[in-house]
Every structure is written in structure tokens, then in C-alpha cells.
Design a binder for this molecule. Structure first.
Ligand code: ZN
Length: 388
């Protein structure tokens, strides 16, 4: 494979051109990155999903007898369906010192900048390695990276810290909330609506459970726990989808709703689910079972991403602050793979080009000034870990 020299803007164009919406395979992008790295003599390790249609890429530049620093990003993007784009979302348009395209900010601009510095990284003599970690299915609940973490976590030379390039306008992000989502299914009993006493109304049972969740949400809002660095400063609970019933004159047999909790690091998600189940056991199920013993309430976890909390005085925070040239740190409003890295013993900070304000929206863009700041940040990192 010949060595390709591709600057960060051209690289962003190449990466954005792969439609890696989470529902699609990301293998074309992964193959491209693997071939590019191969051109510089860097071997990639691919960790696939169960179906073999998606993969994480992990590559180490430099010596493998040291733990090193991991630069991490997800390759998938959110859908453009029903969004009013003014340009082709999968074709970068450079305008007004910005690069427009799906994933430009979240977060192919970062991955592109990292890849564009690979020639530099291979020229230098590194004191400790730089690892590249490109994941899949981050946007659907930080799903993909878990298989890679399970491979990494027991390695003697797993990264000593990680930098995730999610868009923070190059501020050093040291924390975010976790996100857990659940599906609740109420199995009631059908009856003619004139005979409500013979049925178990699944919609009504679900409504009482949703109301209980709202009560918990209010309690968290009013009584905390609180962390003023987050917006909002408490754990939020929310029901986003509900479906049940078939006709007004039938007592509905089934109702399903999805709810999520975005919890402050350390707040207990299990306690919320336990409270909901206790409420059901005490106040709902006895009445349901009195009519039909086989009726049930099922609560299943859909996704679980832990929160991130990296201390201000941690060396990962100090390093990122030095590289970014700023003293300030921030807690970000969105979830990342960082909570999972932290759980696996890899301290993590979030710092990347572009703003979350543009992510997931039509006409997503990253400013060239942000790309330049990211390049300077990474250049300083390379200088720091190089012997010469
Ligand atoms: Zn992202």
C-alpha cells in the first residue's frame, strides 16, 4: 500500500463521504483507515460486532511495551432523515471558513485531524505510544466500543489515559452524565369497553407508572442531588415514547413505553427502577391480579452508559489543560464512551473541535479555526511524548 499524504481537510472530506449512519455498516470507512495506516507500517486490530458488519479499529503507533495515550472517536453518525439540509450531507462543502457535512463536528473532523498527523507520528521517536481507537454504534447508546474495551481492559499495557475528541470547542471536558434507557411493557387483559371490570387496562396501568416516574423526576429536580456544573444540575427522568390500545371500545391488552434517566455521576439508576417496581408491586399488580392473575409488568434495560467524572487534579486533566492552553474545565451535557473507559480503568477527558450545538442538526459544520486548534493541540501532544 502506497503512502498517502492527506491533510486534515481532505481527510474530513474522505471520511464524511462514507455514509456511516449507525444503522449502516462502517466497514468501508474502517477499511480505508486501516489501509491508510498500513501505508505507514501501522497494523490495525479490528474488533467486529456479532454480525461482522461493523468494527472498532484499534492501532498502536510506537513502542508496545508502554501503556501510552489513546485518541478516541466514534465513526458512526446520526441520520439525516427528515432534516432540511442545504447541501449534500455526505459531501463536504467548504464555505465561510467552515466545513459543512454530517459528522464534520460529531466527530469525523477530529478523527481526520488525528489521521492527518499519522505521518508526523511515525517520523518521531515516541517515548510512549499513541493508540488510535475508532468505534461504531456510539450514537445508539455507546454500544460498539464495549467489545473493544473487553479486549483492552485486561491488557498489561492498556492506555494510561484517553482523549475523546467529541465536540467541546476544544475545551477540556472532565465529566458528563450517564444515560440509561428502559422499556416497560404492561400486559393487561382485553375486554369490551362496556365491561371494564372484566379487563385489565394496560394503558391506564402504564399511565400510573409514567406518573410515578414524573413524581421521581420532580423529586430529583426539587431535592437533588445537585451538581451546579451540569445543565440541568440534577438527574433527569423522562418518558419519550408510549404506545397502547387498538380501539376506544376495547379495554387495551398491551401498552409499552420507553423512559430514560440521565444521571449525575454517582447517582443510583437502580434505585429509580427499584422504586418503580415497588410502586407497581404495592399499588398496581394486586388490582391487576385480582382480575387476571397472568397480567404482568415487565421493565427491561435498553441501553446503559455510565457517567464520567475525572478529577480536576488528575494527570489526564492536567495534560489536556496544558495541551489546550486553557485552565478552565467543563462538564458537558452529552454522554460519551468516556464513562465506559473510566469503568475499565482508563481515565478520560473529552476535547475536540466543533460545537455540540451543531451536532445532530441539519447543516452540521466544523469551523476551520477549530480544526486548526485541534491540530495544534495534537501537535503539542506529539511534541510532549517524543524524544526528539
Ligand atoms: Zn459524538
Amino acid at each position: 500500500m502506497a503512502r498517502a499524504v492527506i491533510d486534515k481537510i481532505e481527510m474530513t472530506k474522505r471520511l464524511v463521504a462514507f455514509d456511516t449512519t449507525s444503522r449502516n455498516s462502517n466497514l468501508a470507512l474502517i477499511d480505508f483507515a486501516r489501509d491508510y495506516l498500513d501505508g505507514y507500517g501501522i497494523k490495525s486490530e479490528l474488533v467486529f460486532d456479532a454480525g461482522g458488519q461493523k468494527a472498532n479499529l484499534y492501532a498502536t503507533i510506537g513502542r508496545d511495551d508502554q501503556s501510552g495515550i489513546m485518541l478516541s472517536g466514534h465513526t458512526d453518525v446520526v441520520p439525516v432523515d427528515d432534516q432540511a439540509w442545504h447541501t449534500d450531507p455526505f459531501k463536504i462543502v467548504e464555505q465561510d471558513d467552515r466545513l459543512y457535512g454530517r459528522g464534520s463536528a460529531d466527530m469525523k473532523g477530529f478523527i481526520a485531524t488525528v489521521l492527518s498527523l499519522v505521518p508526523e507520528l511515525t517520523r518521531r521517536k515516541l517515548r510512549e505510544p499513541i493508540h488510535l481507537c475508532f468505534s461504531y454504534d456510539e450514537e445508539v447508546g455507546c454500544v460498539g466500543v464495549r467489545t473493544l474495551i473487553s479486549v483492552l481492559k485486561d491488557r498489561p499495557n492498556k492506555p494510561r489515559l484517553a482523549i475523546i475528541g467529541e465536540p467541546t470547542v476544544m475545551q477540556v471536558g472532565v465529566g458528563h452524565k450517564g444515560k440509561h434507557s428502559f422499556r416497560c411493557t404492561v400486559h393487561g387483559h382485553e375486554a369490551h369497553s362496556s365491561l371494564t371490570h372484566q379487563g385489565v387496562n394496560a394503558v391506564e396501568v402504564a399511565a400510573e407508572l409514567v406518573a410515578k416516574l414524573k413524581e421521581i423526576a420532580r423529586r430529583k429536580r426539587d431535592h437533588g442531588p445537585f451538581d451546579p456544573d451540569f445543565q440541568p444540575p440534577y438527574s433527569s427522568v423522562h418518558t419519550g415514547l408510549i404506545q397502547g390500545g387498538t380501539a376506544l371500545n376495547i379495554v387495551p391488552r398491551e401498552c409499552t413505553f420507553d423512559f430514560e434517566m440521565r444521571q449525575l455521576p454517582g447517582d443510583d439508576v437502580g434505585a429509580v427502577v427499584a422504586e418503580l417496581k415497588e410502586f407497581a408491586a404495592k399499588h398496581l399488580l394486586p388490582e391487576m391480579h385480582a382480575v387476571r392473575p397472568e397480567t404482568r409488568i415487565l421493565i427491561e434495560e435498553l441501553t446503559a452508559a455510565p457517567g464520567l467524572s475525572t478529577p480536576i487534579d488528575h494527570e489526564a486533566t492536567q495534560l489536556a489543560a496544558a495541551l489546550s492552553g486553557s485552565n478552565g474545565t467543563a462538564k458537558v451535557s452529552f454522554a460519551t464512551e468516556g464513562g465506559l473507559f473510566q469503568e475499565a480503568g482508563i481515565p478520560t477527558i473529552i476535547c475536540g473541535p466543533g460545537s455540540i450545538d451543531q451536532a445532530h442538526k441539519p447543516d452540521e459544520f466544523v469551523a476551520l479555526e477549530q480544526m486548526a486548534r485541534c491540530e495544534a493541540f495534537l501537535q503539542r501532544l506529539i511534541d510532549r511524548v517524543s524524544v526528539s
